[in-house]
Design a protein around this ligand. Structure first.
Ligand SMILES: Nc1ncnc2c1ncn2[C@@H]1O[C@H](COP(=O)(O)OP(=O)(O)OP(=O)(O)O)[C@@H](O)[C@H]1O
Length: 456
């Protein structure tokens, strides 16, 4: 009994360290003062702590919950998880019996943040993370969360993310542009923030990018956030950008000076010639580098090349001239498959991810799924099984343009992130920064109409 009770006490102290320490302190205060009304003092102190905590929570719940994460962790563990763990895992079919013994997944460490609870679990023998992925929705409902994602930590240990709120609900303003001069790290180009608060970075050097989303999903913000992050390198000539905007220049036409030779505003011969000239550059550079360099670096004396194609489908699928379509597809395949070492990257934006539209999706090393209509489209972009790990891009609400699920080749789990919101003023500022012309952006003047109304 003593061994059992000691084991229980150690386990309790391990999972509820702060409550245990506080309890011990209160007992140490209360017992010596027992005869002097010490327990009243302890009760009063406890009440004071609770009242002050409640007041702080009412004032600013987010700050309170961030500051006293331990209390949230221990409270939620006790009331939400520990109490129902056995029943929920049993009813979900996640525990089992063998040789008359019940095997139950073990609830390990929990950590509560203001928007999610991270719950570590030791699986029972013979269990696979995929079994938990299949039951993720049921687990979320059982523990009162909006969604549940499953991550593998190490063999037989997984972490469940129970999500309660969206940390990316508010638009992210673009950061100030870097001062001209310092070179940009092309392996870490920041274009937004992930839901855990870390920078969302693209590895342009060595990567090829495909962003897919319905109309209004915020694809353009990815494009402009990349160009803004590259601003010092565009200004110094370290990076050259080429652009194709078959939608008649509605997007790239906002800052044509940023693009080498100006953007191409059609999907015809001019666009195909640009693609073929870049494919040739890839081959020529590879030949020049062979035996001398392993890959492009800022010291190699040649600029890094980035091709941006807004609405890729117009160039490789909706083109009615079969010959032009084939030439465009072949050139893009060469750039995406061989461009890594010679320093040529592609950022393609598209609305429809079907194989008939982008037959070489797998050549893009990072695929970005923004808001999509159907679950099957998510599988097409991110790959099979990624949705079960949380990547539900078809559930991104319309109210959060710029939010995306990102899947990099070689990484098991997708990442949820939001691109910076780049406004028209930000784009004008970028253009002046890169071209070296100075300009002040004025707000639209307000005119007062004689009947007293004000119009912009
Ligand atoms: N990252 C973002 N944060 C907040 N709002 C955004 C963001 N990106 C875009 N928006 C807003 O969402 C709307 C649609 O964005 P955008 O035009 O970039 O979508 P799109 O996917 O490029 O659409 P289309 O396919 O029609 O070109 C715009 O009003 C824009 O201001």
């Amino acid at each position: 009994m003593l061994v059992w009770a000691t084991g229980k006490a150690v386990r309790l102290a391990w999972y509820y360290p702060t409550s245990t320490v506080l309890g011990v302190i209160l007992m140490l205060v209360g017992i010596p003062l027992h005869g002097l009304g010490g327990w009243w003092l302890v009760g009063g102190l406890t009440l004071a702590v609770v009242v002050v905590g409640f007041w702080l929570w009412r004032r600013d719940p987010e700050v309170f919950l961030t500051r006293v994460r331990w209390s949230r962790t221990e409270l939620r563990r006790a009331y939400v998880y520990a109490g129902h763990w056995r029943t929920v895992t049993r009813l979900s079919g996640l525990s089992g019996d063998a040789k008359g013994r019940e095997y139950r997944p073990k609830l390990m460490r929990t950590r509560s943040e203001w928007w999610r609870d991270r719950v570590r679990v030791k699986m029972i023998p013979g269990q696979a993370p995929e079994q938990w992925e299949l039951r993720a929705s049921g687990l979320a409902h059982s523990f009162g969360a909006r969604s549940c994602r499953v991550r593998v930590v190490k063999p037989s240990v997984i972490e469940l993310d129970f999500v309660h709120a969206d940390p990316l609900a508010r638009p992210l303003p673009v950061p100030e542009m870097a001062a001209p001069g310092p070179s940009v790290n092309l392996k870490r180009v920041q274009i937004g923030r992930t839901e855990t608060g870390k920078p969302w970075t693209l590895k342009l050097l060595g990567g090829q990018y495909l962003a897919v989303g319905v109309q209004g999903a915020g694809k353009a913000s990815i494009l402009w956030a990349v160009l803004r992050a590259l601003a010092p390198a565009l200004r110094s000539g370290l990076v050259r950008v080429y652009g194709i905007d078959p939608k008649g220049g509605m997007e790239l036409g906002q800052a044509p000076e940023l693009f080498e030779g100006g953007p191409v505003y059609s999907n015809g011969a001019e666009a195909v010639e640009l693609l073929e000239s870049l494919a040739n550059e890839v081959r020529e550079r590879s030949a020049r580098f062979r035996g001398i360099l392993r890959g492009w670096s800022p010291q190699c004396g040649e600029p890094f090349l980035l091709l941006v194609v807004d609405e890729l489908a117009d160039v490789i699928a909706y083109q009615t001239d079969k010959r032009l379509k084939e030439r465009a597809t072949a050139a893009l395949q060469t750039i995406t498959s061989q461009g890594r070492a010679p320093g040529v990257a592609v950022l393609g934006l598209v609305q429809d991810p079907r194989k008939e539209i982008v037959p070489f999706r797998n050549l893009f090393t990072t695929r970005i799924a923004m808001r999509l209509d159907e679950a099957i489209q998510v599988d097409m972009v991110l790959g099979d099984g990624v949705r079960a790990r949380g990547g539900n891009a078809h559930e991104i609400p319309e109210s959060t343009p710029g939010v995306a699920w990102v899947k990099e080749d070689g990484k098991r789990d997708p990442v949820r992130a939001r691109a910076f919101h780049v406004t028209d003023t930000n784009i004008t500022e970028l253009q002046h920064y890169v071209t070296g012309t100075s300009a002040t952006v004025f707000a639209f003047p307000e005119t007062t109409i004689t009947n007293g109304d004000t119009a912009a």
